[in-house]
Design a protein around this ligand. Structure first.
Ligand code: I6G
Length: 673
């Protein structure tokens, strides 16, 4: 055999393995896909032309096995045990106490801590550094031989690299599917009209147990290594954490969140940290695992029944639980949207007791076929509103009746309309519906809108229920007696609320636009509108749908909603009344906030850093004198006011021949006038 050919083949394999390691293990690719593909194609070509060179551990041989009828049984030389669980701080304390009592240690113990992945435990055996077998856990003593499927997982090297690889090394870890991999797979399934997987764990389990490895190869499976079975000869460091670091050096993948923590407080802090991170991780986890870090101490502790005494799984509160639907109610939101809500038999899920779960809209109710009395799976992840995931149909009682959309609004008795093609049904009554009034006022007062501290849900409910406020502007007419007459409102709270209402009269225009609660207009759109129309509400109100569509990110639907909102006479009257009280801090309309009209008709642009005040303060003073302040220089600009380090706007002014004023000249304009 041509030795330069063999050399090239070896070189290509080494390079591809190194790239695989960087990509799949370190999650840090160093070359573009095209370069990787080029090397792989060259290797395939050389191997195809010279089949004697093909080796089992070549990167080209990941999908090499033929489909099988069933999996062979594998006996685990070292049993694959399970872990004891801790569900509370008390149970965690008890674990740590047991460890220290048994070891007779009064001082602190170091633990290796890592997330507990919600996947499948797998054993991977390397002999002389070559992957020779992959197996499922099975009953812990014997599992199934899934070698051909394990070989297709790119984060599992077909051969180990680096120094001092033991003669025989059995690694244990969790095979899982990332959340984004799962989404991608289900997207494909939907496109191909195939059945979707319920969750990443089921998808990983189904993929790993495919009898045809070519199918497994198409599934985005990954593995994190966390433990050991057979090790011969044991050249590994004494500490578990250091052992995991050694695995990385041999090319295996270890969860990047592994840490050594000290005593039970360290464990608790780690648990809180990972719980916070949980929703941001791209893989599902159901808790954290602590292991006594010193493996000599691990041996001393040994096992009890089928679990190690030196490790425990500290479980997170379940994110999914099973419960019953008592009733389905319909809630009316601020835009009149009618949302079906399942009233549940209270259930502890995701760390809180949940008794309501959203069903989103009638399409969802119909798709999931939820009925009164049904047994359902409820999910609460992070701070998201709990939702009904699915119905356990096998438990449905005979005669359970379908849920129907009510004929009239449950809050005001007015008509409900469901527009063809829209999933959401709405009460058409607008502000005559008390639920919509409450919703609108809650939104108006909320932190990101007018930010009226003290005007919370309970106060608003009372104001509407007692007919003290009929529309948004009426909050500016509330007096101390009225407010202090509300439940749980003393004189002091009433004064504070009045002060907060007063403070809300000065806001940037974008906040006010957002606060109006126009459908499809969120904070970003409100800012974009205000900026685009130069902080001029009249200009926004007068804009047609075409003009509105020239605002960044405003498409035809949003433009239509905005135009519809401002076309309504009721809304126009409301805004007129609100304008009697509110001054926008950035308005360019003289009548909105100008104390004089001395600079009326002048348009200024501020650029660079001013020494005596911020640009916003300067803009406020200019506007108070009737001037407009804009962000871009044009031939209509009266002057550019240039502070320190002025950049492109100054250059543009010079190019267009627009006068440039210094800060000194600005001060001359705005003081003592
Ligand atoms: O099932 C498991 C998940 C994670 C484990 C485990 C683990 O460590 C991070 N560790 C052991 C020792 C066992 N099961 C038995």
């Amino acid at each position: 055999m041509n030795s330069s050919l063999e050399k090239r083949v070896d070189q290509l394999r080494a390079q591809i393995r190194a790239y695989d390691y960087q990509y799949y293990v370190l999650d840090d690719p160093t070359v573009p896909d095209a370069e990787y593909d080029r090397l792989m194609r060259e290797l395939i070509e050389l191997e195809t032309q010279n089949p004697v060179l093909i080796r089992d551990d070549s990167p080209t041989q990941r999908v090499s096995g033929a489909p099988v009828d069933s999996f062979k049984e594998v006996q685990h030389e070292v049993p694959m045990l399970s872990l004891g669980n801790a569900f509370s701080r008390e149970e965690l304390d008890a674990f740590d106490n047991r460890v220290r009592d048994r070891l007779n240690i009064q001082s602190s113990v170091s633990y290796n801590a890592e997330p507990k992945l919600d996947g499948l435990a797998v054993s991977v055996l390397y002999e002389k550094g070559q992957l020779v077998r992959g197996a499922t856990r099975g009953d812990g003593h014997s599992g199934e031989d899934i070698t051909e499927n394990v070989r297709t997982i790119r984060s599992i090297p077909l051969r180990l690299t680096g120094k001092n690889v033991p003669e025989r090394l059995e690694i244990r870890g969790e095979v899982f599917m990332s959340k984004h991999g799962f989404e991608r797979m289900n997207e494909l399934a939907r496109k191909n009209d195939e059945k979707e997987f319920v969750n990443p764990r089921n998808a990983a389990a189904g993929s790993l147990r495919q009898l045809d490895p070519r199918l497994t190869a198409k599934r985005p499976l990954e593995m994190f290594c966390y433990g050991f079975g057979v090790i011969f000869e044991d050249v590994l460091p004494v500490e578990h954490y250091a052992r995991l670091q050694q695995l990385k050096k041999w090319g295996l993948r270890v969860c990047p969140l592994v840490e050594v923590v000290t005593d039970v407080e360290g464990c608790w802090k780690y648990y809180q940290k990972i719980l916070q991170l949980r929703d941001q991780l791209d893989y599902e986890i159901d808790g954290v695992v602590y292991k006594v870090n010193d493996t000599v101490l691990q041996q001393e502790l040994g096992f009890v029944s089928r679990a190690p005494r030196w490790a425990v799984a500290h479980k997170f509160p379940a994110q999914e639980e099973i419960t019953q639907v008592r009733e389905v109610d319909f809630q009316v939101g601020r835009t009149g949207a009618i949302t079906p809500v399942a009233k549940l038999e209270p259930v502890f899920v995701g760390g809180v007791t949940v008794s309501n779960a959203t069903l989103h809209n009638m399409d969802e109710v119909e798709r999931k076929d939820v009925r009164k009395g049904d047994t359902v799976i409820v999910r609460r992840a992070g701070d998201v509103i709990p939702e009904v995931v699915k119905v356990v149909k096998e438990r449905r009682k005979k005669g359970a009746r379908k849920i129907k959309l009510p004929k009239v609004c449950p809050e005001c008795g007015n008509e409900i309309s469901r527009i063809e093609g829209e999933a959401v049904a709405r009460c058409v009554a607008g502000f005559s519906c008390p639920a919509q009034r409450k919703g609108a006022l809650k939104h108006y007062a909320s932190r990101n809108a007018m930010d009226i501290e003290g005007l919370g849900d309970k106060v608003i409910d009372q104001l509407i229920d007692r007919n003290l406020v009929a529309n948004l502007d009426e909050i500016y007419r509330l007096d101390k007696d009225t407010i202090s007459g509300l439940d749980r409102m003393g004189d002091k709270s009433a004064e504070n609320l009045l002060a907060a209402i007063e403070k809300s009269k000065q806001v940037p225009l974008a906040k006010f636009i957002f606060a109006l609660g126009i459908r499809e207009v969120g904070e970003a759109t409100a800012i974009a509108l205000s900026d685009h129309f130069n902080h001029d509400l009249d200009a926004i109100m007068a804009a047609g749908e075409d003009d509105l569509q020239s605002v960044p990110d405003v498409g035809p639907i949003v433009a239509k909603r905005i135009a519809q909102y401002f076309a309504s006479n009721n809304n126009k009257r409301l805004i007129k009344r609100l304008r009697a009280d509110i001054r926008w801090t950035d308005s360019n309309v003289a009548s909105d906030n100008a104390a004089s009209d001395l600079l009326a008709g002048n348009v200024y642009v501020l650029t660079g850093t001013l020494a005596s005040m911020s640009r916003e303060q300067a803009a406020g003073k200019l506007r108070a004198l009737g001037a407009k302040v804009t962000g871009s220089v044009s031939k209509n600009t009266t002057a550019v006011i240039a502070g320190d380090k002025a950049g492109s706007k100054l250059q543009k002014a010079e190019k267009l021949g627009v006068p440039v004023l210094s800060e000194q000249e600005l001060l001359g304009l705005i003081t003592e006038k």
